[in-house]
Design a binder for this molecule. Structure first.
Ligand SMILES: [Zn+2]
Length: 278
């Protein structure tokens, strides 16, 4: 498909730059796992005052936007200058992340494998995929996975103006909230191409920027055994693994996780995710 080819071409162009960027810094460590928490998570106020009936004048002035609960206001975060690349952990903890989906042909199989081993993962979804596959996002919520924002159309953010970046991020957070039940707290720039606007807007929308430590290169469709080898040889405490459940033929990614997941568990790794807001 044309779009898949576009994704692949872009990724090939950006792969070397992204790899240098990821290897060139040791900063961007996320505290996660065990009793540690990714960051202080504030619980939105939903006490009696939220349930009070509005005064009659206020009621008339309210816009008719439906009967759902009000959208939770995102907590503004400190603006980072580089994304989080790995998790900080004392034990053998790792994190699996899947980008570009959800896709009806691949994502259900990955969810099945994760469920089989009772493992949680992160899914950085694109709005245009999420809007057509809301039931998969709902299943992610039910299964305890964490859903992040990966823009609406997967553009190169460094070529967009601030208004377009904001729209890409905001629309995606809206569809995630509808299908997942809460707004995403994590953002990942397509192609790992970050810029100042993405960091600033993400922080304003309550999302931390997350990159990765080990790229499975599954987007190159290198063969199932290569993907397995990348994960198994890259396994180490704190590693964040990048894979894809859409954006091209991801049957190799589907097969690979069936092999490397039990291997990681047998090797004593605990697969973790950041805590979800309660
Ligand atoms: Zn992507």
């Amino acid at each position: 498909m044309q779009k898949d080819q576009f994704f692949t071409r872009r990724r090939l162009l950006l792969a070397s730059a992204a790899a240098v960027g990821a290897a060139g810094t040791t900063a961007g460590v996320l505290m996660a796992g065990g009793e540690e928490t990714a960051r202080t998570v504030s619980v939105p106020v939903a006490g009696p005052q939220a349930r009070q009936a509005p005064k009659s004048s206020a009621f008339r002035l309210r816009p008719l936007t439906g009967y759902g609960p009000p959208r939770s206001a995102p907590k503004k975060l400190k603006v980072r200058h580089e994304p989080i690349l790995r998790i900080s952990t004392k034990g053998r903890r790792m994190m699996l992340t899947f980008d570009d989906g959800p896709h009806p042909d691949y994502t259900p199989h990955i969810l099945d494998t994760l469920a089989k081993y009772d493992v949680r993962a992160m899914f950085f979804v694109c709005g245009e995929m999420a809007v057509d596959n809301k039931e998969l996002i709902a299943r992610m919520a039910e299964d305890g996975h964490v859903v992040g924002n990966h823009t609406w159309t997967h553009p190169l953010l460094t070529q967009l103006d601030r208004g377009d970046i904001k729209s890409e991020m905001e629309r995606t957070s809206d569809v995630i909230e509808d299908a997942y039940g809460e707004r995403p707290q994590w953002f990942r720039a397509p192609y790992g191409a970050w810029n100042k606007a993405a960091f600033q807007l993400g922080a304003k929308m309550g999302m931390e920027p997350m990159a990765w430590t080990v790229d499975t290169t599954d987007w190159e469709v290198p063969g199932t055994s290569t993907i397995i080898d990348r994960v198994e040889s890259g396994a180490a405490p704190g590693v964040v693994v990048l894979s894809h459940d859409a954006g091209g033929d991801r049957s190799q990614s589907v097969r690979a996780i069936r092999e490397y997941l039990p291997y990681l568990l047998d090797s004593g790794y605990h697969l973790t995710v950041p805590p979800r807001r309660i």
